[in-house]
Write a protein that binds this ligand. Sequence first.
Ligand SMILES: Nc1ncnc2c1ncn2[C@@H]1O[C@H](COP(=O)(O)OP(=O)(O)OP(=O)(O)O)[C@@H](O)[C@H]1O
Length: 325
Amino acid sequence: MIEVVNLSKHYGDKKAVNNISFKAEDGEVLGFLGPNGAGKSTTMNILTGYISCTAGKALIDGVDILEEPVKAKKNIGYLPEIPPLYLDMTVKEYLYFIYDLKKCKLPKISHLQDICSLVKIDHVYNRLIKNLSKGYKQRVGLAQALVGNPKVLILDEPTVGLDPKQIIEIRTLIRKLGKNHTVILSSHILSEVQAVCDRIVVINEGRVVANDTEENLSHKLTGDNKFVCRIDGKKDTVMRLIQSIDGVDKVYCDAEHKNDICDYRIEAAEGKEIRYELFRKMADNGFTILELKSAEMNLEDIFLKLTMGETIPALEENNDEEAEN
Ligand SMILES: Nc1ncnc2c1ncn2[C@@H]1O[C@H](COP(=O)(O)OP(=O)(O)OP(=O)(O)O)[C@@H](O)[C@H]1O
């Protein structure tokens, strides 16, 4: 498990990381998302013991990375954005070298064989790393992170520069690794986080602005009061009928299809249930609701909304609690 508690890192007056707290539970793949300069690398660097923090703590499987760095680092496998490979070594030489460097105690040959078959590099075991494709180099990078079977994997932009096929392969592999490891994956790529992660922490200007599943984030940001619907009926009459429903704040016609079929976006007042009335009014006028769904946001919308200054009420409460502590 990874636990970050009231962590701050200041560079002079600059608060690169400002009192952030989050957890990644065992067997969870946590996406760490934020725009440039948000504080992702700073947090990763603290988590891996590369730099110290100004305040707070980071625990790796219950061990404080600053107080007991050697013990904590035994539980971390780290894949930086550029894998730390020695290109003139073969895969085998390199993994043997990492095994010794990490002072690994597991049975050498079988342990390395298990890793190689997991990340599917057994058939390039005796090849020089410099002759491997970028995707295979990335797999070798993952293999070195797995030496010693650490509980926690920290992956920094693991698919940058790979082709689409390699991206899918590495993502599938990360999901598989997530079954037996706690994984933190830092990424700018929204679809990647969406495809791979169980939960998302969004960081902006050094503060956590969201920490939830994509589904819950979308729900919290959209609320229960925005809908999109497709109705078969005369547009002007439909608009008028919707506007007349108690609780409807706004209605827009988003698209007009043929035969009087239109798409509408409806915003209702907070806490007002308008759907029953909507159904009744349309039915009474002989109009048909072909589709009605909540206007949920996709991850891109969520990310933009959060990093443009919007916070989620539930999260603000948590931040207040943290500030008080
Ligand atoms: N050594 C340093 N000295 C001064 N300021 C720093 C230092 N390292 C980082 N910063 C600042 O701290 C802030 C957070 O930087 P950080 O590299 O953690 O962001 P990031 O989210 O990883 O961004 P990117 O995605 O661009 O790598 C930035 O404003 C950066 O300029």
